[in-house]
Design a protein around this ligand. Structure first.
Ligand SMILES: [Zn+2]
Length: 355
């Protein structure tokens, strides 16, 4: 049996295919699905899907993969599952990148990552033998587990919130507003390859479980982690996140300002625009949320929809996750208007960021 050793990102996509996180996609995509998704956001079956799920193969393995009827998949030297290859194809990565990212600028980190893929891809159904464990796996759940959990709680409407951050007041504003409209909130922290300066899963989960237990209360919210590939694909990634939350049992998904933003490659509400274009086909409703920022005049967290000062630079303090992460990193004083001081002290003892 041919053996392929998966890298971390390939493993994570393999695992998500197997547990149903990418439904209706259940295997690595072939050329028809790939091209249709890139061109039309649509699988060959006619269903919506915003981003191709691919397994690239190095040039030296192409002939072996073509000849194989079944492939053993290894991750960190352990057998994790099998692939039954149906097709090997190659593509013009630059053309696909332009369509997926709206740019072929190699300085765009998502484009850069995509262009580094080998240009051959193997398609086929996958089956899992064993899940690999990460140091945060105790915080991660399967779709069937969260669906069961929501049913047990009696939640009929659940809003998904994707984050990579320790919560600041802006996140809290969005979540509390949405809790006015749904039975439950599902905060799912996306955990990519550990990079220096990212929050650790422990810091995010400690902060969120504290916020949920001691502030939101009444069993209205649930926190979990989601190991994933950071595709840095802007609006397309936002809609992929929505599809994933649908598969975890959510009825709604929150898309905010600069959602899945990458530098200045997309406008602040590009993900809203794409979400509105496809909202009838997503199978999940979107909360299109604005702002928020802290307004010094209103002395409150506001958005441009409910505060006349929100676009006046002197009146506002941005609630920018990246800047706040820097303050956490340097263990500097953080304005109580930006981060709830109790959350700050709660995570004070944790290793906050990857080094
Ligand atoms: Zn104001």
């Amino acid at each position: 049996l041919l053996v392929l050793e998966l890298n971390r990102n390939q493993y994570v996509d393999f695992e998500k295919l197997c547990i149903g996180a990418f439904k209706p996609v259940q295997g690595f995509m072939g050329e028809r699905d790939f091209q249709n998704v890139v061109d039309n956001f649509t699988l060959s079956s006619g269903e919506f899907f915003p981003y191709p799920i691919l397994l690239d193969v190095s040039d030296k393995n192409v002939a072996l993969v073509r000849a194989a009827s079944k492939i053993s998949l290894f991750f960190e030297s352990k057998l994790v599952g099998y692939l039954e290859p149906t097709e090997v194809f190659s593509t013009d990565l630059k053309d696909a990148a332009t369509k997926l990212y709206g740019s072929d600028d190699p300085k765009h980190p998502g484009v850069n990552q995509f262009l580094k893929l080998h240009r051959h891809f193997v398609a086929g159904k996958v089956t899992m033998v064993e899940r690999a464990l990460f140091d945060f796996s105790q915080y991660e759940h399967l779709p069937e587990e969260t669906i069961h959990f929501f049913q047990k709680k009696g939640w009929k409407s659940i809003a998904g919130f994707a984050t990579r951050n320790v919560p600041h007041r802006g996140h809290e504003y969005l979540q509390r507003n949405v809790l006015e409209h749904v039975d439950g909130l599902f905060v799912q922290a996306t955990i990519g390859e550990a990079r220096p300066g990212d929050y650790t899963p422990k810091a995010i989960s400690t902060a969120y479980n504290f916020l949920i237990d001691d502030f939101y209360g009444n069993n209205r919210a649930f926190f979990s982690c989601f190991s994933t590939v950071f595709r840095k694909a802007g609006p397309r990634e936002a809609l992929l996140q929505a599809i994933i939350r649908r598969n975890y049992g959510c009825t709604h998904f929150i898309i905010g300002r600069n959602h899945s933003g990458v530098g200045s490659y997309y406008t602040a509400y590009a993900a809203h625009e794409l979400g509105r274009r496809f909202q009838d086909r997503l199978g999940i409703s979107i909360f299109f949320m604005h702002g928020p920022v802290f307004c010094k005049v209103c002395n409150d967290v506001v958005t441009e929809k409910n505060c006349k000062h929100a676009n006046i630079e002197d009146c506002i303090q941005e609630l920018n996750g990246v800047d706040i992460r820097g303050l956490h990193a340097r263990r500097e004083e953080i304005d109580v208007n930006l981060v709830r001081p109790q959350i700050r002290s709660r995570i004070e003892g944790e290793r906050l960021l990857h080094e």
